[in-house]
Design a protein around this ligand. Structure first.
Ligand SMILES: N[C@@H](CCC(=O)N[C@@H](CS)C(=O)NCC(=O)O)C(=O)O
Length: 215
């Protein structure tokens, strides 16, 4: 058995953050595919009682530890390995600031927008989609402004804040109906820098379940 197990699915940018971190730190890990779409597994009592009471992926298992919330998991892994770890109190708080902003307002809106567009039945109500798109544009503009003057979110070296922020950014533009990189010119070069890190992989290559119906 691998040292780490990750409950995940290829379509989840929230899970991608953790899968990417595990790969970038060269961890010995294996995915546990969750039948999220066809079976609604994360909504069932078995998953909530035995895997995650919050009914979400990702969940990381490391020995006796079972952790959810990608921000917590990234912090755990960077503390454990020293890799992609913010240095000192100021950086630690700064990373947390970007991770919370990301979870709530960047990928926190991109994820549901993409879900409602590609997977939900019925698809998202146009008024809801318009609201989410407005929030996405505003949040991506903030990230773009930051990256226009910083190679990485905290400065000149990648940290868990960057790994968190990449969540949904590498998924195909067709799935969003707009192109993050075209609309926000500082984001593309940063995504390329992240992509150049040893161990980087696309979410559809890193986690099981793509295309839908396979795993
Ligand atoms: N803030 C959480 C978000 C996790 C999350 O929302 N995961 C989605 C999959 S992409 C999920 O499991 N949703 C199930 C639900 O909300 O019922 C994290 O970063 O881990």
């Amino acid at each position: 058995m691998a040292e780490y197990q990750l409950y995940c699915i290829a379509q989840s940018g929230n899970a991608y953050r953790v899968a990417l971190m595990l790969n970038l730190i060269g961890a010995d890990w294996e995915p546990i595919w969750v039948d999220f779409f066809a079976d609604g597994a994360t909504r069932k009592p078995d998953y909530r009682d035995n895997v995650n009471e919050m009914g979400e992926v990702p969940v990381l298992v490391h020995g006796k530890k079972k952790l959810s919330q990608s921000g917590v998991i990234l912090t755990y892994l960077s503390d454990l390995t020293g890799k992609f770890k913010p240095q000192g109190e100021d950086e630690r708080l700064e990373a947390l600031r970007w991770i919370i902003f990301d979870n709530q307002k960047v990928n926190g809106f991109l994820g549901p927008y993409r879900f409602l567009r590609n997977f939900a039945k019925p698809a998202g109500d146009p008024a809801v989609m318009a609201f989410l798109k407005g929030r996405i544009d505003a949040s991506l503009a903030i990230v773009n402004k930051r990256l226009a003057t910083h190679a990485y979110l905290l400065g000149d070296r990648p940290t868990i804040a960057d790994i968190s922020m990449t969540g949904y950014f590498y998924y195909p533009a067709e799935e969003f109906g707009f192109d993050i990189v075209e609309d926000h010119p500082a984001i593309g070069p940063w995504l390329d820098r992240m992509k150049a890190l040893p161990g980087w992989k696309h979410p559809y290559e890193l986690m099981p379940g793509y295309p839908l119906g396979t795993h």
